[in-house]
Design a protein around this ligand. Structure first.
Ligand code: ATP
Ligand code: FE2
Length: 331
């Protein structure tokens, strides 16, 4: 079965086409365009306008690159939530239009669940992982238990990516700041004490962000601060992930989201996995960041398992929670 997916939860508008063969996902095309605010953070309406300007071309180009005609599509999937209202509505409107004009069924999917399923679909031996999902807006530790993907721990305030981006903006780095902070951290030598906030299984970053900015204002070296931010936040993320793995007895860990590109984060989680005798997986970067292929893939899984969605029921949900989804496609 062939599925096209339209992603539009935040900065990225993406269109991807995948082919489902058994439980394996073949990505035929996966194009993205990222909205970059000139100054400051993301402005939802501007991001949505950006997405509206690009989505039609991306759909066309994605089909061309995949070598697939609209007739050959089996379903049209889109990111139904969670995310920014105007962005979600733009992606959903494009998906509805494509679905109605091609007469192919429509499927709204949960963005966070898509991050985990694309790992299972594209990586050999990745069968039942705990997902550490670290992106701009989202930071969650997710695992499958009793018919649902459950959130075992998450941020209580901002996502880890936002934390990095906000710090970077404060000290004059260009967006996205995560990669720049990673580079600077390599030259950090001194560990500066930062708040390490874990409450139960949840994490908070805003106290650390304030303290890090304070260090910068008081003249500490940027390299040392970046190093300390990474060591502290990534240790907290790894700790919560390990506790989730122990609690639900999983032998695999999967990274997802843009921050998963970070080599230091990968290192820490990999070491933790090795020490537990567990496997460690990171998807290809193109399917790890926000993208249309993961949306297409989850739509295909849902459709094949019997889920159907009427256009009337395809309304977006900004607060669509991971554990609201009935996982009908796996045991
Ligand atoms: P969402 O939260 O809806 O998934 P998003 O667009 O913010 O949306 P991604 O595209 O998955 O999410 O990730 C973007 C984030 O990843 C940014 O905050 C960016 O700074 C961060 N990032 C990218 N590369 C790195 C890196 N090498 N190290 C740390 N952070 C990184
Ligand atoms: Fe994401």
């Amino acid at each position: 079965m062939i599925s096209i997916g339209i992603e539009g939860t935040a900065h990225t508008i993406g269109v991807g086409i995948v082919k489902k063969k058994g439980q394996k996902c073949k990505v035929l095309s996966n194009l993205i365009k990222i909205y970059r605010p000139e100054k400051g953070g993301i402005h939802p309406r501007e991001a949505a306008n950006h997405h509206a300007n690009h989505v039609a071309d991306l759909i066309k180009e994605s089909a061309e690159e995949a070598g697939v005609s609209f007739d050959e599509l089996d379903i049209v999937s889109f990111s139904q939530g969670p995310g920014l209202g105007p962005c979600l509505r733009t992606a959903a409107t494009a998906a509805r239009a494509l679905s109605l004009s091609t007469k192919k069924p429509l499927m709204g999917v949960n963005h966070c669940v898509a991050h985990i399923e694309i790992g299972r679909g594209t990586i050999d031996n990745c069968k039942d992982p705990v997902l550490l999902y670290t992106s701009g807006a989202n930071t969650q530790v997710i695992g499958f238990a009793e018919g649902k993907y459950r959130v075992f721990g998450e941020t209580l305030d901002i996502g880890i990516g936002n934390c990095l981006d906000k710090f970077g903006r404060e000290v004059g780095l260009e967006f996205p700041c995560g990669p720049k902070i990673e580079k600077l951290a390599l030259d950090g030598k001194k560990y500066l004490d930062l708040p390490y906030t874990i409450k139960g299984m949840d994490i908070a970053f805003s106290g650390l962000l304030t303290a890090a900015i304070q260090y910068f204002k008081s003249g500490e070296s940027l390299e040392d601060i970046c190093y300390s931010i990474q060591e502290t936040t990534f240790a907290a993320l790894t700790e919560v992930t390990e506790r989730a793995m122990a609690h639900i007895e999983k032998k695999e860990v999967l990274l997802g989201g843009g921050v998963a590109s970070n080599m230091r984060l990968r290192d820490m989680v990999k070491t933790m996995a090795e020490e537990r005798g567990a496997s460690f997986f990171v998807p290809n970067r193109s399917v790890c960041i926000d993208n249309g292929a993961m949306i297409a893939w989850l739509g295909a899984l849902m459709y094949e398992s019997g889920v159907r969605m009427k256009v009337e029921n395809s309304i977006i949900d900004q607060r669509f929670r991971t554990d609201m989804v009935d996982v009908t496609w796996r045991e």
